[in-house]
Each structure stands twice: as C-alpha cells, then as structure tokens.
Design a protein around this ligand. Structure first.
Ligand SMILES: C[S@@+](CC[C@H](N)C(=O)[O-])C[C@H]1O[C@@H](n2cnc3c(N)ncnc32)[C@H](O)[C@@H]1O
Length: 386
C-alpha cells in the first residue's frame, strides 16, 4: 500500500482530522470532499404531530459552544486542506444554512477561489414538522480551487453528456439517502447524515481522474470512499468516531471497482494545439513587434517565420525562453508577454482567445466576451501591412 507522508493511500484513519491532516505532505491530494459538522445547535428533541421522535442530527460530533469555536475549528481544517491540495486540485464543502455562510467566508479568506456553489435540491426532503418555517429542501456545496489562477480538473463535456447534452447546471435534483442504500447496523441507521452516493458520483466524476487520491476529512459512513473506489480512484478518510470507521471499512470492502475501460473520458475533446505561428498569421501578434519576459528584463523581436531574436540568438519561443533562463528546455507559452494598452498580456492568453474564436466557436459557455474580441481585433488588424 503506497503512502502519502505518514498516511496510507486507501485507508480510513481514526482520529481528529486537524491532527491527521498534518501528517499529509503539501500538494499531495487531487480532490477533497468535506461534509463537516453542521453546528445545528439543536437543544431539544423534535417530534412529529403524531408524537413520534424525528431522527434529527443531535450527535455529540455536531456540538460547538459558540460560533467563534466553530469558526476557529473550520479555519484550522480548511487551512490544512489548502496546504495538502495539489495546485490542480479542488475542494467541495457541503453544508446547510446553519454553517455554509461561515464556511464560505473562511474559504475565501484562506485564499481558495470559489468556482461554483451547487444547490443540492432534495427531491424528498424531511417536512418542517412544526409548520413554522419554509420546508428546508436543499443543502449547498461550495466548489473551490486552491487559488485564483489554479488550473483545475473539470470534465465539462462528460457532465454535459450526463445531462442530455445540455450544460450541467448548478442545481442538482437528487433524493436523500434512503432504502437499500442506507447503511444499517442491527436494523438502525448507521449514520444520521449519510450522503447519497449519487451526489458523490457527480462530484468525483466531474472533478477528478482515474487513479487520483480523494480525501474526505469527515468520512462518516464512508460514502466518499465507496464511490471513489467504484470509480477507480484512491481514497483517504479521517473520522473521529471509531464506530463510523468500522462501518465505513465494512461498506467499502464490498465495493467492486468499475473496469478502467468504462471509466475513460472518451467524450472530453482534445483540442488541437495552436502553434505560435498561427497567432502571427491571424494578427494576434505582429511581425516585428517585441515580446517580453514577465519582469520586462528581457525582450525579443518577432520574425515573420515565428522565430524570436534576442541579439544574435534566434530560436522558437521555447528555445529563446530556455536560453534566457539558462535552461535546457522551457515552455515559451508561460514566459512571453506582449504589450497591449500599456499592460502585459500573456501569449498563452492570446492562444486561448484564438482557440475560443477559431477552434471552439460554438461553445455555449464562451470564455471571452465579444468586447474582448473586438479589442483584440482592433490591435491586430492589418498586420501584414502595418
Ligand atoms: C456530516 S458527517 C459526514 C457524513 C458522511 N459524509 C457520510 O456520507 O456518511 C460528519 C462526520 O465527521 C466526523 N467528525 C466530526 N468532527 C471531526 C473531526 N474533528 N475529525 C474527524 N472527524 C470528525 C463525525 O463523527 C461525523 O461522522
């Protein structure tokens, strides 16, 4: 069994997640799903009109003395999660109105970048028995990348395919966990807040790859581990109640992974690579103009054949960036910038604009607005004569 730091991959670890997270190395986890205590603050039992007791979350693990104590707890585990998350990874945190707004603020304060909030609409919610409020029929999931500019995993086309070729929306209609799916021990629910496997299926499928490591710091009955294993991912679970770790162990041991063949993302399109020369041909970069290093310390002149000149040296964007950095190889797309409206614009950004306009024009979720196009076209028109 392989290890990440002191923690074995595909293991359930009994203990406090803040302490256990410290045993994982920096940048080692591909995906995190966290279903932390809600801090429901239920002070008394809840009864139905027929006097039967409602099976609400009144567990010891959900008790905090104050919002301050809850916030301090969340700051600690969310900061540790940020440290262990790979730059390409993302975190999902689920919560209700009791905690999700506090968690959202902390997530932003730590430096994560929120990508979406997903509303899990429960198709069969528990009624509001007292009839004093609206029926609370949803929970919210925050999906965030490690930081603002992270390049994260997202299988857009697969999600669209799952949704009958319509872009997958941020409201997910999924029933709460019930019937056969509910894990029971001696006829009793093993865990009061077992999440539906369907929810984890969508999360893991959309934002991770086969072979990735999925971490759940509040493992409970092990829903994350069970779905991760089924989908050919690895898992790591932290759970402070011994009883739940045993429930999860037994649940996951029965899961049979799907074959690799069935898990391939065949529908995700591999975009053809845009060469630097195409940017020149389409006028995004002018022949004879200068390109710059980010700190503007170095510049190079662009030739008609897409080579760059620095003094006597000539080569491709890659070769010239490696030359200036005194390296054998370097990715020139990350190194060179052009001057537009007195600010530096990455050539990689220009490449994305090119892709968006010429290789993926029908995309229904256009990354760049018409305004951006026209601004660029203005600055790039007549490149052969100017
Ligand atoms: C909302 S439940 C998670 C349920 C889980 N998603 C499932 O589908 O079964 C939260 C879990 O976190 C555990 N827990 C609470 N505080 C913890 C801590 N500091 N470290 C590790 N586990 C903790 C609780 O025992 C509980 O099982």
């Amino acid at each position: 069994m392989s290890k990440l730091g002191e923690i074995a991959v595909n293991s359930i670890n009994n203990g406090d997640c803040i302490e256990l997270l410290k045993k994982l190395p920096d940048n080692s986890i591909d995906l995190i799903f966290a279903d932390p205590p809600y801090n429901l603050q239920l002070n008394q039992d809840l009864y139905r009109p027929n006097n039967t007791k409602v099976d609400a979350v009144n567990d010891q693990w959900d008790k905090f003395d104050s919002f301050k104590e809850y916030d301090s707890f969340c700051k600690k585990w969310l900061a540790e999660c940020n440290r262990v998350l790979k730059p390409t990874g993302t975190i999902w945190v689920i919560g209700s109105y009791h905690n999700i707004f506090r968690v959202g603020t902390i997530i932003q304060d730590i430096g994560y970048w929120i990508l979406n909030d997903i509303v899990w609409v429960k198709t069969n919610p528990m009624p509001n028995f007292k009839g004093t409020r609206f029926n609370n029929a949803h929970e919210t999931l925050i999906w965030a990348s490690k930081s603002k500019n992270s390049k994260y995993t997202f299988h857009y086309h697969s999600m669209k395919c799952m949704n009958d070729d319509l872009q997958m929306r941020s409201d997910w209609l999924i029933p709460i966990c019930q019937g056969e799916e509910r894990v029971r021990v001696n006829g009793q629910k093993a865990h009061s807040t077992q999440k539906p496997a369907e929810l984890l299926f969508r999360i893991i499928l959309s934002s991770s790859n086969v072979g990735d490591v999925v971490l759940d710091p509040f493992f409970g009955s092990g829903t994350t581990g069970a779905v991760a294993k089924r989908l050919g991912r690895n898992y790591i679970g932290f759970e402070k109640e011994k009883f739940y770790t045993e429930v999860a162990e037994s649940r996951i041991s029965k899961v049979i992974p799907l074959s690799k063949e069935l898990l391939e993302y065949k529908i995700e399109k591999k975009k053809p690579k845009v060469p630097f020369g195409s940017l020149i041909e389409k006028g995004y970069i002018k022949i004879g103009e200068n390109v710059f290093s980010k700190d503007k310390k170095f510049s190079a002149t662009v030739n008609a054949d897409a080579s760059l000149c620095v003094g006597e040296e000539i080569g491709s964007i890659h070769k010239m960036s490696a030359f200036l950095l005194k390296k054998t190889n370097h990715n020139g797309w990350d190194y060179w910038f052009v001057n537009r409206d007195n600010s530096l614009l990455s050539i990689d950004y220009l490449r994305k604009l090119y892709e968006e306009k010429y290789l993926n024009p029908s995309v229904d979720n256009a990354l760049f607005t018409e305004k951006t196009y026209s601004r660029l076209n203005e600055s790039s028109s007549n490149f052969l004569v100017s």
